[in-house]
Write a protein that binds this ligand. Structure first.
Ligand code: TSB
Ligand code: ZN
Length: 582
């Protein structure tokens, strides 16, 4: 889908449309006050204070109608430049605009405003010349949004929209948007009974339903096997730690705002862990190591808790309780390149198995000026960052660099993907760390018998099972490959009375797989349609013909063709498909 923000013309058009929205809202609700109305990837929005009024579905067409009316009126959009004093006077009754003016750069002595008819807004611009140009727009949705994104502040009304030059472009965009929304894992997750949420459990705390649990177990088995072959040792550790553990690691100083608050139990103070590294450091520290033992690869499917803003939590994609496919690799400095390379190769291997093609590698670096987030050791950072560049260049991997995206303990390689709805997210990650092993005073004995500090590579191939499942549901539109599908085979006897016994026999023969027998008293066509709606990979239709010839007739999801084979042939086909992951 087109990125409106990055297209110069569309950016300008959508920005102007945000003003048009504000003007229409002002006409309809004269007491409305306006915060900000930026252009975003999907179009624009405006955050509006409407007092106690909450926008409803009924308001949207009325606002759109008013927008059309103003646009037809065709007033010019005129830029004025005024001094800061004049701006303060002009907006003296508008606390939101005063806040914006007060936060402007000291050197910004000239402030620009844009006026269209009876409406003036503080704005840097640029804008289109006249509201007449705003012909093909649509208001898309609305929601509450805390002022400045802070839940302690007032809830404003956010209205989203999009604007194009041509009607065809708008229609095409709306169609794409509709398709993307149909792919949204929250929708699929609900339709296919994969997960649910409940306010009694809490925000960002999804409940995995039996179907979701099957997918998760399969993902666990899949990655566990890969990691076992690559020499990983899996462990189990508790999902809490004392605050002292996180003070030692540095999370307490650098990651506290992402953590749940601590709790006192007897004489100990605990936190729900946001990461598993400290536990794994202590597992390493449990034994004396020689250089000959390294690399040591400690893996865990580990539950973590993170404070994510309530407005940011999203289905399984951004949760507050998550399970990482985590591992920490303890290596000698000479082994960094090799181990890092193996992790990147594992990522590529897994993406190949899942058919994931659209992703970007991002080299996430520190922001040298942010001494609060990043520990202050330029030499260590430069060394780590250069090491990663070296490996990536050696692997011929295309990547882009992002300043300020590193973890507090080191630079990382992140894999970015685009979900159906919303901004890009990180799936896999591989991070280099010279800091934590020092803080935990880890060591190994080198060839000469001296103590050395190992380097740690943090890596998560799926990222979290939560986020990966969300992504895979969107990639496949819920039509999961046979090996992952919660129900793999659905058996439908054509006539329950006569064919059910045979259907039960066949079910018995397929007992190695996840099979359902639909013996409800419903019409064949209805049951077959439901099998498709539930995106079950294989549907068996067993009637008199199959009973007489001792065969099975099957339909693959997405195909209209019915094929008749023996049960043994079907089993062979199933096994092949599972083995090849297709
Ligand atoms: C890889 N200590 C490292 C670990 O060893 C770590 O925690 N890295 S992380 O912070 O980048 O998290 C790992 C992965 O978890 C991310 O790449 C991302 O895919 C996933 N993740 C992060 N936050 C969330 C969240 N709120 N919901 C779901 N998944 C998340
Ligand atoms: Zn880690």
């Amino acid at each position: 889908m087109i990125n409106i923000k990055e297209d110069e013309r569309l950016n300008k058009l959508n920005h102007s449309c945000a003003h048009l929205l504000a003007q229409a809202v002002k006409h309809l609700y004269p007491n409305a006050k306006f915060w900000v109305g930026p252009v975003i990837e999907e179009g624009f929005y405006y955050d509006i204070d409407l007092g106690d009024k909450v926008i409803t579905d009924e308001d949207i067409p009325l606002i759109e109608k008013e927008m059309k009316k103003i646009a037809k009126d065709g007033k010019r959009i005129v830029r004025h430049e005024i001094s800061k004093e004049e701006a303060l006077e002009m907006f003296k009754d508008d606390s939101y605009k005063l806040d914006l003016i007060s936060r402007m750069d000291e050197n910004d002595t000239i402030i620009s405003c844009y006026t269209q008819g009876d409406f003036t807004d503080l704005c840097r611009g640029p804008h289109v010349d006249t509201v007449k140009e705003l012909k093909h727009f649509k208001l898309l949705k609305f929601s509450g949004a805390y002022w400045k994104g802070d839940s302690k502040n007032k809830m404003l009304q956010r209205i989203y929209g999009v604007c194009f030059d041509k009607e065809e472009d708008l229609n095409e965009y709306l169609k794409e948007l509709e398709e993307a929304q149909a792919r949204d894992h929250r929708k699929i997750g609900k339709a296919l009974d994969i997960f649910t949420t409940n306010d009694l459990v809490g925000k960002g705390m999804p409940l995995w339903l039996p179907n979701g649990a099957i997918i998760r177990k399969e993902l666990e088995n899949y990655i566990y096997k890969k990691e076992q072959k690559l020499g990983y040792d899996h462990v189990y550790t508790p999902c809490v730690g004392t605050t002292d553990l996180y003070k030692t690691s540095g999370h307490w100083d650098h990651y506290k705002e992402n953590m749940f608050p601590s709790m006192q139990v007897d004489e100990e103070e605990f936190v729900l862990r946001p990461m598993n590294c400290p536990h794994h450091m202590l597992i390493y520290a449990n034994t004396i190591h020689s250089y000959r033992d390294l690399p040591i690869r400690i893996g865990e499917f580990a539950t973590d808790f993170r404070y994510e803003a309530s407005g940011a939590v999203k289905g399984l994609e951004r949760v507050r309780c998550m399970c990482q496919n985590d591992a920490h690799l303890f290596v000698t400095p000479e082994q960094i390149g090799d181990e890092f390379k193996k992790v990147v190769e594992l990522i590529l291997d897994v993406y190949h198995d899942f058919g994931i093609k659209n992703y970007k590698f991002r080299l996430s670096l520190r922001d040298k000026n942010d001494k609060e987030k990043y520990f202050d050791d330029d030499k260590m950072w430069d060394e780590a960052e250069n090491k990663l560049r070296e490996v990536l260049n050696g692997l011929n991997i295309n990547y882009y660099e992002a300043i300020g995206e590193a973890a507090f303990y080191g630079p990382k390689l992140d894999v970015e993907v685009k979900p159906a709805v919303g901004p890009e997210i990180t799936l896999s990650t591989c991070q280099l760390d010279f800091l934590l092993p020092r803080r935990f005073e880890l060591n190994y004995i080198d060839r000469e018998g001296n103590k050395q500090v190992p380097v740690v590579i943090h890596r998560a191939i799926f990222g979290t099972f939560d986020r990966f499942t969300a992504f895979i549901l969107e990639e496949t539109k819920g039509a999961l490959p046979l090996w992952l599908a919660p129900t793999q085979i659905n058996i439908i006897p054509v006539n329950n009375e006569y064919h059910l016994t045979y259907a039960k026999d066949i079910k018995e023969k397929l007992s190695d797989y996840r099979v359902k027998l639909d013996d409800r008293d419903e019409k064949l066509g209805y049951k077959m349609r439901e099998s498709v709606i539930n995106k079950i990979p294989i549907t068996l239709i067993l009637g008199q013909k199959e009973v007489d010839s001792q065969t099975v007739s099957y339909r693959m999801y997405g195909s209209e063709e019915t094929i008749t084979v023996s049960a043994e042939e079907l089993i062979q086909l199933i096994n092949n498909k599972i083995k090849n992951k297709n």
